[in-house]
Design a protein around this ligand. Structure first.
Ligand code: IPE
Ligand code: IPE
Ligand code: MG
Length: 262
């Protein structure tokens, strides 16, 4: 009986989500959505669970949000999964976080392939444990021919370290005479960042009520629309994403110009 009721409720919720998706799809969808997935620890604490239980639950949200973003027609979904500062956390938590890509991809890789999603990564892969690196590389390789949504994980990513790396590369090129200092412009910098091949984010969402960037895409977010929601990442669902997209659609992006002259 309870099962039957729950199934009925699920069908109704799915129908509602289908309608919401169809509704926002009639207007402009942000090509690149970037999300700072925050609040896993607080989600777990509220339930007297260990922090890692929140990370595990958050992994399910990743799947749900990737699916809905894909259905909405988002071209790139960048998810901040581990920052260069997150190494400061207790070793047990870091170890758990490093195992999540493997678990996520072994559970959902087939589905991602079916949905034509291309997995990519930004961040310094070289410092990740071998098993994490292998899982990510396998997913990148297995989905590289897919031409649907790019699911871009920011893993061991830090914007400042990315900018340092870009500067080092440019100085090296200049020293070798491959580039002249006067030719360094915004476009050249763009092409030396880890996001070189991606459009810049149109919409940044941070969950959990924190209002900061925590070293995320400082350069790339220069003209993104920001949205900060109190919802904790494990509770963030398709309806929340649709709501964020709706809010985005109501913004007036001027890019320094005057109203209506985009
Ligand atoms: C986000 O959740 C996940 C990572 C940063 C890896 P947190 O673990 O930061 O959760 P809170 O902020 O402690 O609630
Ligand atoms: C930012 O969240 C990093 C990720 C979501 C991966 P944090 O929870 O690490 O950020 P701070 O420490 O609260 O700024
Ligand atoms: Mg946090």
């Amino acid at each position: 009986m309870l099962n039957k009721l729950m199934r009925k409720k699920n069908v109704a919720t799915n129908k509602l989500l289908d309608e919401e998706v169809a509704n926002v799809k009639s207007k402009k969808i942000p090509a690149h959505v970037a999300i700072i997935m925050d609040g896993n620890g607080r989600w777990a604490k509220k339930r007297n669970l260990p922090r890692v239980a929140g990370h595990h639950e958050g992994m399910k949200t990743v799947r749900e949000i990737a699916r809905i973003a894909n259905r909405l027609g988002v071209k790139v979904l960048t998810l901040y999964a581990f920052s260069t500062e997150n190494w400061k956390r207790p070793k047990l938590e870091v170890d758990f976080l490093m195992r999540l890509p493997g678990e996520f991809l072994s559970t959902y890789l087939t589905e991602l392939i079916e949905e034509n999603v291309r997995v990519e990564m930004i961040g310094d892969l070289s410092l990740l444990p071998n098993h994490t690196k292998k899982a990510i590389q396998k997913a990148i390789e297995a989905t590289k021919e897919n031409d649907g949504m790019v699911l871009n994980f920011a893993m061991n990513y830090g914007s400042r370290s990315e900018i340092v790396r870009c500067t080092q590369e440019l100085v090296k090129k200049a020293a070798k005479g491959e580039i002249h200092w006067e030719d360094i412009n915004e476009e050249v910098i763009n092409t030396h960042l880890m996001t070189a091949h991606l459009p810049e984010p149109d919409l940044l969402i941070r969950t959990s009520g924190e209002v900061r960037l925590s070293n995320f895409m400082l350069w790339q977010l220069a003209y993104a629309e920001f949205s900060f929601t109190d919802v904790l990442w494990p509770d963030f669902d398709g309806h929340c994403l649709v709501k964020e997209i709706k809010e985005f659609q109501s913004r007036n992006r001027r890019f320094g110009s005057v109203e209506g002259e985009e």
